[in-house]
Design a protein around this ligand. Sequence first.
Ligand SMILES: *[C@@H]1O[C@H](CO)[C@@H](O)[C@H](O)[C@H]1NC(C)=O
Ligand SMILES: *[C@@H]1O[C@H](CO)[C@@H](O)[C@H](O)[C@H]1NC(C)=O
Ligand SMILES: *[C@@H]1O[C@H](CO)[C@@H](O)[C@H](O)[C@H]1NC(C)=O
Ligand SMILES: *[C@@H]1O[C@H](CO)[C@@H](O)[C@H](O)[C@H]1NC(C)=O
Ligand SMILES: *[C@@H]1O[C@H](CO)[C@@H](O)[C@H](O)[C@H]1NC(C)=O
Length: 672
Amino acid sequence: MISFILLLCRFFTIAICVTDQYVLDDKVGLGRVFDGIGGLSGGGATSRLLVNYAEPYRSQILDYLFKPNFGASLHILKVEIGGDAQTTDGTEPSHMHYENDENFFRGYEWWLMKEAKKRNPNITLIGLPWAFPGWVGHGKNWPYDYPDITATYVVSWIIGAKQYHDLDINYVGIWNERNFDSKYIKVLRDILDKVGLTDIGIIAADGDWNIVNSMVVDPYLNDAVEVVGAHYPGTTTVLEALKTQKKLWSSEDYSTFNNEVGGGCWARILNQNYVNGLMTATISWNLVASYYGELPFGRDGLMTAQEPWSGSYVVESPIWISAHTTQFTQPGWTYLQTVGHLAHGGSYVALTNGKGDLTVVIETMVYTQRTHDHSVCVRPPLPAFNVTSQNTTFQLKGSFASLAQLQVWRSRFNFKTQKPTFFEKLSPLKVNLRIRNVAHLQRSLRSLDEVYTLTSLTSGLKGSFPDPPPSAPFPTTYKDDFNVANPPFTEAPDFADQTGVFEYHINLTDPGPHVFTLRQVVTQRPVTWATDADQTISVIGNYKWENLTVSCDVFMETVKTGGVFIAARVDKGGQSVRNAKGLFYWIFSDGSYKVTNDLAGQAVLAEGPSGTRAFGWHTLTLSIKGQYATGLLNGYPLWKNAVVLGPKNGWAAIGTKSFELAQFDNFAVKAE
Ligand SMILES: *[C@@H]1O[C@H](CO)[C@@H](O)[C@H](O)[C@H]1NC(C)=O
Ligand SMILES: *[C@@H]1O[C@H](CO)[C@@H](O)[C@H](O)[C@H]1NC(C)=O
Ligand SMILES: *[C@@H]1O[C@H](CO)[C@@H](O)[C@H](O)[C@H]1NC(C)=O
Ligand SMILES: *[C@@H]1O[C@H](CO)[C@@H](O)[C@H](O)[C@H]1NC(C)=O
Ligand SMILES: *[C@@H]1O[C@H](CO)[C@@H](O)[C@H](O)[C@H]1NC(C)=O
């Protein structure tokens, strides 16, 4: 418990008061305009499992993220413009798989943006491509050779957002963390302007700061770019960036496991991105960890919601660290010039709405070599620094001199006791008696690893719901016949595409039981961002599964050269999917089958004739127990006792031999 110190310093010199003085004054001039704090859904497929939560849990999670004055109360939602390719933890579908195709109901980002907007009509929306469908690159792994085609493709996404979902996109980016192309940026600006989207700002280049060197010598490029967005800037910027006089954003940051250290990282960078780098927005990759935890960067979201089958979710510390700033500011508020580092470590920022309101956010994150780093982010490396106990006095001047008290909100990480407390409302801090017309606000920051908000706003709230259901593993018996006449989403629940896109498909001309199926629809390698596989694959289930039976009806649509597989114990996804091992049971449209230990299809355990062909349904069944696996075709044994030495466990999966159309139906798993 920390007691407030309301010393009358009148009779003492400052030295006797043992306090560091900071002035908060709006009359000496203001700093930059604040643009908000946000989260990034996608880059890639990071919200995949969120959509499969049952109500009321799904709405509760969305409230924790977006509802004003409730939880993280985010100001910004940035989403991936799906490009049909693997972009870290999965693929997200494009609105144009093919050149003559347009569909604005694929994936879940439209839904997410609408849910965010429903809660906060003022939320800033940003779209950014990671990858593009293959046709955009004309077969090359490069989107800039035909800049007008790429720009038209991106602009069609923005127009579709408005036309089909009434969503106004505020900003659009170029190509995530890849080379920028000045010509492309100008063409994109041109096409946006031509269709009347003059209000949409371009963010560039979503990588390092290098674009500013081109902007300072190219006035047309400089005009085309509204925001310079850097990723993982380590809280600092470069001189040339300041020279552009543009808004500077950390347009992707954090990417850190969301335990208390991650919360500390988030607290430190939210303040210091402005203090050190004059960045006026910070966006977390990712928004919510809603992907299988064994995929790359598991739990690197502001909160965790990776169990739609149980309904369990966890509100992690970054939610409440966000609240310290988001609940007491809005985009359009302005930083004071008087922000900075505290004398004995930590930092403070102060913002005002220009109407006399004041919000101060203070963080005192500790760096200790002996124990561990309390606020280290995954990248970049954190230079050593010291924070010690300190008394601070804020002098309120200018418009703030008349404030009588400030509300106090506190989070304490308490690494020693392991009992953190987040976003507690303390009793208000009374402003000290006037001393020569200066209001003094004194606070003893004796404890380290704390975050404080001192604010004239009385509106904050630590939102809560009854505890969600307890965590539980993926069900051991699972079936999906994909018979959904009017599906709310294009993907089947819990399938996480790692290369290719698997969508609900309706074939009204099918005479039999396969009117409703799941279909792999990507027929050409996309313009990729991460390494994908040469095969398509969608994983599902419990990564711990060892002994199980997987079965599925499959339908090849490529004569002679086509192939499909079902698999168990698949050990890798995300950017490593290319190297996935497991037990893969393939049939091919040339009338053969194969059993391999890898997705690449190189490590063959068994092979032979199968009589399988395209445009006919076949039922594959794969059973694996210990080291032995057996396969059935249409209910009859095709191969048995294939010896599987590793991996020992992994997901179940379905997929195709190449980028080809193929369908799946009556998927079932029975695990021990
Ligand atoms: C949205 O912004 C307007 C104008 O700044 C403000 O009056 C309104 O309260 C905001 N709404 C929410 C839900 O924050
Ligand atoms: C932190 O404090 C320790 C002990 O006083 C000192 O040895 C070290 O150099 C300091 N580190 C920094 C970065 O100031
Ligand atoms: C903070 O102020 C109190 C009261 O004046 C004093 O006892 C204490 O030593 C000060 N702490 C520091 C770290 O300066
Ligand atoms: C639809 O079903 C018919 C009859 O089984 C089949 O011949 C055709 O290939 C199927 N088409 C698609 C696109 O699924
Ligand atoms: C899987 O089956 C093998 C062979 O029967 C057995 O040794 C192993 O314990 C089983 N694993 C699990 C998790 O049940």
